[in-house]
Design a protein. Structure first.
Length: 262
């Protein structure tokens, strides 16, 4: 059972997981996790290595479908709709619930094409001018426009690591997502690039529901308003970030945030 902090105010849930377990073959990596993800906050998933944070994150946009041995039990809803239901179009789902990975992974295409690709395949642009506007707006929102506006035809892979990660965030934004999942988005970045991504998360907060997996408790404390602590496949404790870090209820959470393991 997850301990949910009693003073957590009710907010509108963008996503809702109920009794979710995830298996790789016979191995249970996530055990009976239930959580409501609010629409207007950043939620951080923290916990020691191997506790299942990434596995659970990937179940929220069916990224685990790409792993043959992976199996999800329980229900996960987006705006009340079962994302594992037969009516769910997975391509649409992954546009609505975008993802940013640990290692920036721009397409080996131009900066422009990296952003334009999604809106094109999803039919979101009404002609070239509209597409140009989406590209500019997405890069602006991702805080990258000024750095790349004169080199849109350069390859996305020629950018610095931090710029590539902002490009990947711009790419996720371009298809107008409702939720953005970030799996340790700063782990391959230096402190300055990390600070820029954290500033960007603060700017995007409120516009999208954001979930970030992070190994850094400082980062979770800086960027999130809600924190869930995972341990050995279970979600141990969930609450306001300030409460999780200053008034943890469970011993395992206390041990983790005081650095006793992890
Ligand atoms: N593709 C896979 N096939 C089999 N087992 C996997 C796979 N991916 C993850 N696991 C196992 O599932 C468990 C949870 O892994 P997961 O990567 O979700 O944890 P995590 O908390 O995100 O770890 P980290 O912080 O180190 O990234 C681990 O025991 C891991 O070995």
């Amino acid at each position: 059972m997850t301990v949910v902090h009693p003073n957590l105010e009710q907010t509108e849930a963008k996503m809702r997981a109920r009794s979710v377990s995830v298996y790789y073959g016979d191995k249970k990596a996530i055990d009976d996790v239930s959580i409501e993800i609010p629409s207007e906050f950043v939620t951080a998933f923290i916990g020691p290595s191997g506790c299942g944070k990434s596995t659970f994150l990937r179940s929220l946009n069916r990224m685990n479908d790409t792993i043959p041995s992976a199996r999800v039990e329980g229900t996960i809803e987006l705006d009340g709709e079962d994302i594992y239901g037969s009516g769910m179009d997975v391509v649409q789902l992954r546009a609505r619930v975008g993802m940013v990975f640990q290692k920036p992974n721009p397409f080996p295409k131009s900066i422009y094409e990296n952003i334009a690709y999604g809106p094109k395949i999803h039919g979101l642009a009404d002609g070239k001018d509209d597409l140009d506007e989406i590209v500019e707006r997405s890069l602006q929102r991702a805080g990258l426009w000024n750095e790349v506006k004169d080199r849109l035809s350069d390859s996305g892979t020629a950018l610095s690591g931090g710029q590539q990660q902002r490009l990947c965030i711009a790419r996720a934004i371009a298809v107008d997502p409702e939720v953005i999942l970030m799996d340790e988005p700063c782990s391959a970045l230096d402190p300055i690039a990390t600070a820029k991504i954290e500033e960007l998360i603060a700017e995007l907060n409120g516009r999208y529901a954001i979930i970030i997996v992070t190994h850094s408790m400082q980062q979770a404390a800086r960027v999130s308003q809600r924190t869930a602590f995972f341990h050995l496949g279970k979600m141990v404790e969930y609450g306001r970030t300030s409460d999780i870090f200053t008034n943890p209820i469970e011993e395992r959470t206390k041990d983790y945030i005081t650095g006793r393991y992890g």
